[in-house]
Design a protein around this ligand. Structure first.
Ligand code: ADE
Length: 232
């Protein structure tokens, strides 16, 4: 999969591509990520990418010309998904990460300032995605969130495939507690059941703890799980 990112501060994403699962996916040619600075597509000495909004509101708007030039330079095809990161987008989740991991080419557009010219939305953008109901100073961190979530579910990107399958949201419940050695730390003991070697009891314990955790933190998920609803 190839991902092109268009941003005013692409350096925000740089470091994350050099560590962990993303680095491994890139080294194994499962993933290609190209970072593009929007200013390189802007005209004039000052390489201006924003301008005042028509209609007299406060705040600045990203101009259409640099964004059109940037997307066109990437030679998008019919299968390219051009995604704009915005708080007005569809809420991102594990299902969308898995769906996007099957694509061949994604272009991520990171906004800044108050917004982007509507003509970019109408002509270039195929999807709008939000990473949550809060407003960040730009789309770079949300783009990184998408790349990370997508990168780790790319076929064979994660060494331990089972571990991805077992991730909280893949199983539709939150995760149960985990312990590693030592069996006792500062008087706190690992639950006996985990040391018992009794597989069925351990499975039941994990499931019960998952249900408890989900009921406590995310009753909405538990409700969907109990009613056998597909999570969206
Ligand atoms: N840009 C600013 N805030 C955002 C958010 N919550 N999700 C996606 N893009 C954003």
């Amino acid at each position: 999969m190839k991902i092109d990112v268009i941003a005013i501060f692409p350096e925000i994403l740089e470091m994350a591509l050099h560590v962990g699962i993303l680095k491994r996916a890139i080294d194994r040619d499962l993933l290609e990520v190209h970072l593009h600075n929007l200013r390189n597509f802007a005209e004039g000495n000052r390489r201006t990418v924003d301008d005042y909004p028509y209609g007299g509101e406060s705040g600045m708007i990203l101009k259409p010309e640099p964004l059109f030039a940037a997307v066109r330079s990437l030679e998008p095809t019919e299968v390219t998904r051009v995604i704009f990161l915005t708080p007005q987008g569809k809420p991102f989740n594990q299902r969308i990460a898995e769906e996007l991991s099957l694509e061949t080419h994604l272009v991520l557009i990171c906004g800044r300032y108050k917004g982007i010219d509507q003509r970019v939305r109408e002509k270039l953008i195929t999807d709008e995605i939000s990473i949550g109901d809060y407003v960040l100073s730009g789309g770079e961190v949300p783009a990184l969130v998408l790349i990370d979530a997508i990168g780790r579910v790319l076929p064979s990107a994660l060494g331990d495939y089972e571990s991805a399958q077992n991730d909280s949201f893949s199983r539709e419940l939150l995760d149960h507690p985990h312990y590693t050695r030592p069996a006792e730390f500062e008087g706190m003991k690992v639950p006996d059941i985990l040391l018992s070697g009794h597989h069925q009891k351990i499975t039941d314990w994990k499931r019960d703890r998952s249900l408890e955790k989900t009921a406590e933190q995310r009753p909405d998920l538990l409700h969907k799980f109990k009613n056998n609803e597909v999570l969206d």
